[in-house]
Design a protein around this ligand. Structure first.
Ligand SMILES: CC(C)(COP(=O)(O)OP(=O)(O)OC[C@H]1O[C@@H](n2cnc3c(N)ncnc32)[C@H](O)[C@@H]1OP(=O)(O)O)[C@@H](O)C(=O)NCCC(=O)NCCS
Length: 288
């Protein structure tokens, strides 16, 4: 067994290392896009004490990370060339439920061998993708306008429309500023639809992995008072055109796949995204 070095997460420089691994391993069988890691880490303030995160390196290069929360859930990314590390990561995490992409079969086999069971039923997320070659132009009903975020002066309004769409939400102006400071956030990929009164009512934030030329949508939302008017669609298309101009060739998004929450998936499918994978969760056998 090679000499892997484990280090505990200390701050944004370590997130950057996790993003480097996500970028190096990006493919149809990878669960993580570097933008999703930034959003998850920074969308709220005050969460760090809830999390335990560690990275594993070999010869100074990241080969795995694991991120456990206090409710007993584990997310991880492991370079398949270093599968031997899986046992150490699972021992580090304790008795957590573990979520993988369904395509991560070798990792799933390790979990089954260690006595985990795949959960059936309940909420789960699907991964949907779209090629950006044939992207329609955004269009809006009368009275609405579409634009990219300018800079930090938009953080308060941007957080407010997010909170309206996801209510209740812990996203605030302060946490949004944290998102805007994260690599690789770019205001020109963060799009808003405004009402006639100039209030933001829908949004789409896109993160671009320039190396893999793939954009991820995270997050998308519309104020409940303005839904089913094509506003999320317009925000998504505005942001994706901008991403394409910056080199993106394809886009990915995650949405609930179960029938208890169909609206987001239906929105992405109506924009041409298609399901290609889903998350699966494994629980230690003696856990309810
Ligand atoms: C999902 C969400 C962003 C959709 O916003 P929206 O502005 O209403 O979406 P659009 O008007 O652009 O919808 C486009 C198409 O998507 C589909 N769609 C959207 N909402 C739907 C719903 N509740 N049920 C079924 N289909 C739906 C329809 O095909 C719709 O076209 P139609 O209205 O002509 O039938 C919005 O409901 C929302 O903010 N939800 C809470 C936050 C969220 O879940 N965000 C996504 C996860 S990050």
């Amino acid at each position: 067994m090679p000499r892997y070095l484990r280090k505990d997460y200390r701050g944004p420089a370590d997130l950057r290392e996790m993003q480097t691994l996500a970028q190096r391993l990006w493919s149809q069988v990878s669960r993580w896009h570097l933008g999703e890691l930034a959003w998850r880490r920074f969308q709220h303030v005050g969460r760090e004490p809830e999390w335990r995160t560690a990275l594993w390196e070999l010869d100074g290069q990241p080969v795995a990370w694991a991120w456990a929360d206090e409710s007993g859930k584990l997310d991880l990314q492991l370079d398949p060339a270093h599968l031997a590390l899986a046992d150490e990561i699972l021992s580090w995490s304790g008795k957590s439920t573990v979520t993988l992409l369904d395509a991560e079969k070798e990792l799933a086999d390790v979990l089954l061998r260690r006595g985990y069971e795949q959960r059936t039923g309940g909420p789960f997320f699907v991964h949907l993708a779209r090629d950006l070659a044939d992207l329609p132009s955004p269009s809006l009903p009368a009275g609405y306008t579409l634009r990219a975020v300018r800079d930090e002066r938009d953080a308060g309004a941007r957080a407010a429309v997010h909170a309206a769409a996801f209510s209740p939400s812990r996203v605030t102006a302060e946490s949004y500023l944290q998102v805007m400071a994260a690599w690789p956030y770019r205001p020109e990929l963060d799009w808003l639809v405004e009402s006639e009164e100039g209030e933001p009512v829908a949004f789409c934030l896109v993160w671009l992995d320039e190396v893999n030329q793939v954009a991820v949508l995270e997050p998308v939302g519309t104020d409940p008072g303005h839904r089913r008017r094509g506003l999320a669609t317009a925000a998504v298309l505005g942001a994706l055109h901008a991403a394409r101009q910056l080199g993106a060739r394809a886009a990915r998004v995650c949405a609930r796949g179960d029938d208890d929450y169909p609206s987001a998936r239906a929105t992405y499918e109506s924009i041409g995204f298609r399901h290609y994978a889903r998350n699966v969760t494994f629980a230690p056998q003696d856990r309810p």
